[in-house]
Design a protein around this ligand. Structure first.
Ligand SMILES: [Zn+2]
Length: 163
């Protein structure tokens, strides 16, 4: 069971196990703003399970480092849409093929459907006469650095939408 932690300014900050959220509340470091289903039972008390909490004091985050590139991350960045044809993408493509020195980087990877990936193979965009509708880059934005948001709890939507 997971809890969404909002910074004191209500920006989403992290997703933590609900037990940890309870500890933050008990120590006065956070306030529950939305209860989830169920409760957590401790040694002597049973408390409602927090779904969303907000920190009492503003936490300043360190500047984000370069985000590690992953297949899942590329698919998410591109909205699971093929960069070449717009259909549903389940794979990623090296724009400059690996066999031609293309790297595993945010700039060189795009979401790609099976058909386009198969058609392109080891060829370059120029050879295919394909163009990219956007310039791929490392995703920016605070939500990218939050783990656990791939499957957000329904109860969090209002708080995530505001960010
Ligand atoms: Zn495609």
């Amino acid at each position: 069971m997971r809890t969404l932690v909002l910074n004191a300014g209500y920006e989403p900050l992290a997703v933590v196990p609900s037990r940890r959220a309870v500890v933050l509340i008990m120590r006065g470091k956070a306030t529950m703003i939305r209860a989830g289903e169920g409760s957590l039972t401790g040694v002597s008390v049973s408390v409602p399970r927090p779904s969303v909490i907000v920190l009492a004091r503003y936490v300043r985050r360190p500047r984000a480092k370069r985000l590690a590139v992953t297949r899942r991350g590329v698919l998410r960045r591109d909205g699971h849409r093929c960069a070449y044809c717009g259909r549903t993408a389940t794979t990623v493509d090296h724009i400059q093929p690996r066999s031609r020195g293309g790297e595993d980087s945010w700039e060189n990877l795009v979401a790609c459907c099976l058909a386009c990936n198969g058609a392109k193979g080891d060829k370059s965009l120029a050879q295919m006469r394909w163009t990219l509708p956007f310039r791929p880059r490392e995703p920016r934005g605070d939500l990218w650095h939050l783990r656990g948001l791939e499957q957000p709890d329904d109860a969090w939507r209002d708080y995530l939408a505001a960010a």
